[in-house]
Design a protein around this ligand. Structure first.
Ligand SMILES: [Zn+2]
Ligand SMILES: [Zn+2]
Length: 313
């Protein structure tokens, strides 16, 4: 299901009307407002049935796409959101679980084959550079064939990778300052949240994390916090059937955040809008929006949006 902004306003009624009245810093005539579009909201590596795609979140800052994570399906979701792949300019990977990076190579390839006119900059934890170069090795035959046969540019020169070894400032330009914060996602040590401070909005993407008060501090005063969420009764139902149930449950409990704790983080950060995304489990249609939001609301009194693929915030 896709949500245009208009449909979204109708669906959320008064909540969004209130949101549009929030004070805004003034943008100059030629600057576009910062848009946030959820491309994929299903946590975990399994490719689900239609409904939720694997994790990916798009920011359009002054009309330039900044993509946070590219789980399987990111290319397709970008196109569905109306962003031609050859406009891609910046990619940020939160951590190296495959639901967040599986399509890094293919997306880069797809942007290249669509005629990427710019340099593509990718940011993420160490391992990023090797991942990109290994992908190009994997497709060496095709790439070399197309360069020779179709006169294409070499895609290996189009992407520049930037490995983030320590949290803090990531990049900045005239439109945005991007910074990172280390979150808690064992056993992975370098898992980051990203904060985008633009001229009109501050947006924080949690990445995958267990309850992390340092993330609440990092997100202080943001307009929008997109936070992952895990629903325990849904987990219990899911893992009951699996042979590795005990280990998987332990991993999930140590590495993800329950709704009540998501609410705690949003309240600590005092954000205006909290967007739930990276749903675990993300393909259990029996869990209602109200069930996802209920626990969060106990601790957070601001606006809560239960994210859907292609929803714009
Ligand atoms: Zn994940
Ligand atoms: Zn993860």
């Amino acid at each position: 299901m896709s949500y245009t902004r208009r449909q979204f306003i109708v669906r959320t009624g008064s909540v969004l009307a209130a949101y549009s009245l929030l004070p805004r810093r003034i943008l100059s005539q030629d600057q576009k407002r910062t848009r946030v579009i959820l491309l994929g909201t299903k946590g975990g590596p399994r490719v689900g049935e239609a409904g939720r795609s694997n994790p990916s979140t798009l920011l359009l800052i002054n009309d330039v796409p900044y993509l946070v994570d590219c789980g399987y399906g990111a290319s397709k979701q970008l196109i569905t959101a109306g962003v031609p792949l050859n406009r891609l300019r910046y990619i940020f990977i939160t951590h190296h679980h495959s639901d967040h990076n599986l399509e890094l190579g293919p997306l880069t390839y797809n942007a290249w084959i669509t005629g990427l006119p710019f340099q593509l900059d990718a940011y993420g934890p160490p391992g990023l550079t090797k991942m990109a170069s290994d992908f190009f090795k994997y497709l060496k035959f095709d790439i070399d064939t197309r360069i020779a046969d179709e006169g294409r540019a070499d895609p290996r020169r189009l992407i520049t990778t930037h490995e983030i070894n320590t949290p803090g400032a990531v990049m900045s330009n005239d439109d945005v300052k991007v910074s990172s914060c280390l979150v808690r996602h064992p056993p992975i040590k370098q898992a980051y949240a990203y904060r985008f401070d633009t001229r009109d909005r501050s947006v924080v993407i949690s990445g995958d994390t267990a309850y992390a008060p340092e993330l609440g501090e990092f997100a202080k005063g943001a307009d929008v916090l997109v936070h992952e969420v895990m629903y325990l009764p849904g987990i219990e139902a899911l893992i009951k059937r699996l042979p590795n149930a005990k280990r998987l449950r332990e991993h999930l409990m140590a590495a993800h955040t329950l709704p009540e704790d998501v609410g705690r983080i949003a309240a600590q950060a005092d954000v205006k809008t909290l967007v739930l995304s990276h749903f675990v489990p993300g393909d259990d249609a029996s869990i209602t929006d109200e069930q996802w939001a209920e626990g969060v609301r106990k601790n957070f009194k601001g606006q809560i949006i239960v994210g859907k693929d292609l929803m714009e915030i």
